[in-house]
Design a protein around this ligand. Structure first.
Ligand code: MF3
Ligand code: CO
Length: 290
């Protein structure tokens, strides 16, 4: 951590003196670091202005998902969902973050049933009665990134699958209860994992959430299978996603050998995921994108 004088301007750019701004927080972080905990660097703590920027980006992300929610129906191809995302994002002055990210070929991820995530929209994938699909939208606006996803249930979804989708949604609320300064990401992870397990489900281990805001994927990696008291300390200004992938059956996954992207459950059973972006505030959290 850079050594600042008490009367120097704070590193966060607030214009306030260090002692009246982040000094106390930095000292507290230092204490946790000395105890051997993982703590965030300054560069992943967002300023108020940056959080405002992420919120502007989030408005587009939310509007795009609302637009998809209005239009999605049985018989539609996932390619059409891609077009809806392009259309709405462009209309609002944003850029879809997935397009060209690490070579991803489309503007949104659409993952159906046993697809866990990173499904690639295609003219060939037609939504059928009884399908569940995750639509994962990410937006860049004036350089700020937002990221959230929702599940959609098409037509008559069987009760068992509905319950999976509902439990995955509840996992977000359970996780949020743990988001506040001086808790650990592992506290949130264990709460989510325990809840999923208690319902008979499993949580994907290899893929998780991430810091977000100034880039699409920032530190830290956010696991939902780690233990209470482990992982990074939560500190005001951290912005990350909560996006556990909840599997009906086993947690094991594999990646499509041909396209190198789409992740499937090994056992072929359904997987559900909701994603929000959350900021750690002085006394709790604020959901930025949902
Ligand atoms: N939106 C996904 C996430 O939640 C990431 C997708 S990467 C992409 O982190 F390239 F597939 F878009
Ligand atoms: Co994400």
């Amino acid at each position: 951590m850079r050594k600042l004088g008490r009367n120097d301007p704070c590193w966060c750019g607030s214009g306030r003196k260090y002692k009246a701004c982040h000094m106390a927080i930095d000292e507290k972080i230092q204490q946790y670091a000395l105890q051997g905990h993982i703590v965030p660097d300054h560069d992943i703590l967002k300023t108020k202005e940056q959080i405002e920027g992420i919120k502007e980006s989030s408005k587009i992300n939310i509007a795009v998902l609302d637009y998809v929610a209005e239009k999605i129906r049985v018989g539609m191809s996932t390619e059409e969902i891609d077009r809806l995302v392009q259309e709405k994002t462009a209309q609002m002055g944003g850029i879809p973050a997935p397009l060209g990210y690490d070579g991803f070929p489309k503007s949104v991820c659409t993952s159906i049933n046993g697809q866990v995530c990173h499904g690639i929209p295609s003219e060939a994938d037609i939504l059928k009665d009884g399908d569940i699909v995750n639509v994962d939208v990410s937006t860049i606006y004036h350089g700020f990134f937002s990221d959230s996803s929702r599940m959609f249930m098409l037509g008559d979804v069987d009760l068992k699958t509905k319950k999976l989708v509902e439990t995955a949604h509840q996992c977000i609320d359970i996780g949020l209860e743990w988001v506040k300064p001086w808790n650990f990401l592992g506290d949130m992870a264990q709460a989510i994992n325990d809840f999923a397990k208690a319902n008979g489900y499993s949580i994907v281990r290899e893929i998780g959430g991430h810091g977000v805001g100034l880039e699409f994927h920032e530190e830290p990696f956010v696991s939902y299978v780690t233990e209470k008291g482990s992982e990074m300390l939560m500190v005001p200004g951290m912005v990350f996603t909560i996006e556990p992938m909840v599997n009906m059956g086993r947690a094991d996954i594999y990646i499509d050998h041909e396209n190198g992207w789409t992740v499937y459950t090994e056992d072929g059973l359904a997987s559900a995921q909701w994603e929000v972006t959350v900021a750690v505030t002085e006394d709790g959290y604020e959901v930025l994108t949902w």
